[in-house]
Design a protein around this ligand. Structure first.
Ligand SMILES: *Cc1c(COP(=O)(O)O)cnc(C)c1O
Length: 471
């Protein structure tokens, strides 16, 4: 399997190359040059695999044997997914009336980011150990990515991680999940600013190509291909748990922010899995407008909602979705994205919309009042507490009269992570998996207003490089 940029400038790249790179040199994202199709026989055979086995089996189709032999790949996958709180990794809660909740949040940080980042961490570690090399991951986070990345890297020899978090703009639980990690290779900064402001010093560091090369820094935000790859597996797993018989259709409703998760679903469908998808968003509805009428346009500033991990105006992975549904037409993707970047909007051509709507068949936007209403309703009716992100997907359930095909609703985080929204919904906050955080020692550095954040970041990274080269 070889990889290329969605804008066509780079092709014939290995999995390892795209794993360690972020954006492609032409501003595009990396995608496989073709999608591996599975046969009907394989679709049947895979139905008995565990979640971990599915991750391995699917990764095998996207990573050549010469890059990682099967024994090694299997070990990396299984080891990476060891720390989940339920042995099956993904659990499905089948509530009455066809309300099937696909719980992707049983990782250490209680959000679905753990699924992909643990595997990406494992894969990076595998290559680095083999090469006897070291890298530093730099992450700006507004929520779940930072903590999941830290968990996948803490304590590793061949990686350090530097995280900048916007103080007071994540939930308290999210912040503690990052500031209570005391390993030497984890460096957390609490920044007195918002996510856009803390992105600036990071962007500046990545633009300095000499600095990037000298210090081997990488980005593992949602543009990393490895994350998308790992997110194909839970669609297969959910499908097998919900289908009436192998081959019959299932619909999956996906809380969507930067659209990485639903890109995984689109690829699962292209491999031959009989699923359709529905995208659920909050008030920040660019993905809904794109899917509904082809209106891919940035409207105004990001609105803060209870589903904060979906507070996004630029859903990066739409570019991958366009690449896929144009039939890998890099010239068209480049034209569309150039126009979007220049004018802040572009309209998606009809033929592309048509192909896309055969897989992503619906979308909905759910505002804060509706989110709390859904959380209340499901709690009263089913005695089950949703996180605010999951509530956007579950809203779709209450709009449906046709339940002839089984439907699953992806739960991207545990409600324990979002006590503010839980209280708004009139429920008692849950403490499972988070209570211990209050009593742990913390380790972090402030980046206050007036400090030179860029030079602090640079100095830290150079310190890490110097320390590593002495060893
Ligand atoms: C990241 C995240 C999302 C959005 O996922 P995308 O892949 O960016 O669409 C939704 N819910 C939660 C809890 C998340 O952490």
């Amino acid at each position: 399997m070889k990889y290329c940029s969605t804008r066509g400038k780079e092709k014939n790249l290995t999995f390892k190359q795209v794993l360690f790179a972020g954006y492609s040199g032409d501003g595009g994202l990396y995608m496989p040059e073709s999608v591996p199709k599975i046969t009907e026989k394989e679709l049947k055979e895979w139905s008995t695999l565990s979640y971990k086995e599915l991750v391995f089996t699917i990764a095998r189709r996207f990573i050549d044997e010469e890059e990682i032999p099967s024994n090694d790949l299997k070990e990396v996958v299984f080891t990476s997914l060891k720390r989940f709180r339920v042995p099956e990794v993904v659990r499905i809660e089948k509530l009455d009336g066809g309300l099937n909740i696909i719980e992707l949040f049983h990782g250490v940080t209680l959000a679905f980011k753990d699924l992909a980042l643990s595997v990406v961490g494992g894969l990076l570690n595998y290559f680095l150990k083999k090469d006897n090399a070291h890298i530093t991951a730099v992450v700006g986070t507004s929520g779940d990515t930072g903590s999941a990345a830290i968990e996948s890297i803490r304590g590793l020899e061949c990686m350090d991680i530097v995280v900048l978090l916007p103080h007071g703009r994540c939930t308290k639980v999210q912040e503690l999940q990052m500031t209570t990690v005391i390993e030497d290779n984890v460096h957390v900064y609490c920044v007195d600013g918002n996510s856009d402001e803390l992105d600036e010093p990071i962007k500046k560091a990545f633009l300095d190509t000499d600095f990037v090369a000298a210090n081997k820094i990488i980005s593992i935000n949602s543009i990393n291909w490895g994350r998308i790859l790992a997110q194909v597996a839970h669609y297969f797993y959910s499908y097998y748990q919900l289908c009436e018989s192998v081959g019959s259709p299932v619909q999956l409703v996906v809380p969507t922010g930067a659209a990485g998760n639903i890109t995984g679903g689109s690829l699962a469908s292209a491999m031959g899995l009989p699923i359709t998808l529905v995208a659920a968003v909050n008030t920040n509805d660019i993905v809904r407008r794109t899917l509904q009428g082809g209106d891919f346009s940035i409207k105004e500033n990001v609105v803060q909602t209870f589903a904060s991990a979906m507070d996004i105006q630029m859903p990066y992975n739409v570019e991958r979705i366009l690449f896929h549904f144009t039939g890998n037409d890099t010239k068209r993707v480049k034209e569309l994205m150039n126009k979007f970047e220049k004018e802040g909007k572009v309209s998606i051509p009809n033929d592309v919309m048509k192909a896309m709507k055969e897989v992503i068949v619906g979308s909905l936007a759910v505002d804060n009042d509706h989110i709390t209403e859904i959380m209340k309703k499901v709690l009263n009716k089913h005695n089950y507490l949703l996180c605010p992100h999951t509530a956007t997907a579950v809203a779709y359930h209450f709009q449906q009269t046709d339940n002839s095909i089984p439907r699953g609703y992806i739960a991207t985080a545990s409600p324990a992570k979002f006590p503010e929204a839980v209280i708004k919904a009139g429920a008692e906050p849950v403490t499972e998996g988070v209570a211990h955080l209050e009593n742990l020692p913390t380790k972090f550095t402030w980046m206050k207003k007036g400090d030179d954040w860029y030079s602090m970041l640079r100095t830290k990274i150079e310190e890490i490089t110097a320390k590593k080269s002495r060893k």
